[in-house]
Design a protein around this ligand. Structure first.
Ligand code: R5P
Length: 305
């Protein structure tokens, strides 16, 4: 078995390789002055089972194109099977037609992966809960929620002073699972409306079984699949503060961190932000409230099956 990495998250790939007692096989990724890439697989893969690690965080288009070239290079070089580890699958937002004339980007991406003969895809906390159904090839849906639950227990936050929060209605299934994992911890959701034209977010009401009056004086733990602009977490945190919450901890699987999200999150009401290494966070995007938890062992364990 051989393991390769694209350039989106080499740290994670190295850690997964270490758990598997492997080292990354060499690839050359050359960038032409106009931005085109040339990829060369620099190891023998004839009749080998190959693992390829590539997330599709910013720059999403670049990382996708690189992934497609790597897959093509591996198949042309004779790889027997390709197990693609793609912890964060970009382009999931557009999983159906919201408005007439829109492309379904998720369908496009999956068509390409299938046509490049990927044998299995391993991903973590997909944005679209129906993702497994969209695939026509073998795929494994992993979750960082058990890891988050462990951190919550370790910090002694599984108590009567703490509530779980979904920052939007799209996260209801996630927050209910989290609550079950933590012996039915109480939960509530802030309801997010997003303007599809401008992308701006408004949060001005709650939904869920917990009476709003019970938020007063509590610690809130917001759980989400990804943070990009940071807007969802920040607006949800602000609304919770307005309703008497005194401490806000957030757990997010994919730290996509577009533009100035790190600065905005650092300045926000959020006290602590836990994320995973599904997406590489460069040093210039790290901030003091941020703590990165590793999912490399979880992925390696899945690959050992
Ligand atoms: C939306 O449904 C997702 O679960 C996230 O809440 C959203 O993608 C976060 O985006 P942003 O950080 O830009 O608000």
């Amino acid at each position: 078995m051989k393991i390769f990495s694209g350039s989106s998250n080499k740290n994670l790939a190295e850690n997964i390789a270490a758990h598997l007692e492997l080292t990354l096989s060499p690839v050359e990724i050359f960038v032409f002055p106009d931005g085109e890439k040339r990829v060369q697989i620099q190891d023998t893969v004839v009749d080998e089972d190959v693992i390829l690690v590539q997330s599709t965080n910013p720059s999403v288009n670049e990382n996708y194109m690189e992934l497609f070239l790597l897959l093509d290079g591996l198949k042309r070089s004779g790889a027997r099977t390709i197990n693609l580890v793609m912890p964060y699958i970009g382009y999931q937002r557009q999983d159906h037609v919201f408005r007439d004339g829109e492309a379904v980007s998720l369908a496009v991406v999956l068509h390409i992966l299938e046509s490049l003969k990927v044998d299995n895809v391993i991903y973590v906390d997909p944005h679209t809960i129906k993702l497994p159904e969209f695939f026509n090839i073998s795929n494994r849906d992993l979750s960082a929620l058990p890891l988050f639950a462990k951190v919550i227990e370790k910090n002694d936050w599984k108590n009567a002073d703490t509530i779980l929060v979904s920052p939007d209605l799209g996260g209801l299934r996630r927050i209910k699972i989290m609550s079950e994992m933590l012996d039915s911890m109480p939960w509530i959701a802030t309801v997010k409306d997003r303007d599809l034209d401008t992308g701006s977010i408004v949060i001005n009401r709650f939904e869920g079984p917990l009476p709003v009056a019970e938020l007063n004086g509590k610690r809130a733990i917001i759980v989400d699949d990804m943070t990009s602009s940071g807007g969802t977490l920040i607006e949800s945190a602000e609304f919770l503060k307005d309703h008497g919450v005194t401490e806000i901890v957030t757990f997010v699987t994919h730290p996509v961190f577009s533009s100035d999200a790190p600065q905005k999150l650092q300045k926000s009401f959020i006290d602590k932000l836990f994320v995973t290494d599904s997406v590489y966070v460069p040093d210039n995007k790290k901030f003091t409230k941020l703590e990165i938890l590793s999912i490399s062992d979880m992925i390696a364990n899945e690959l050992k099956k």
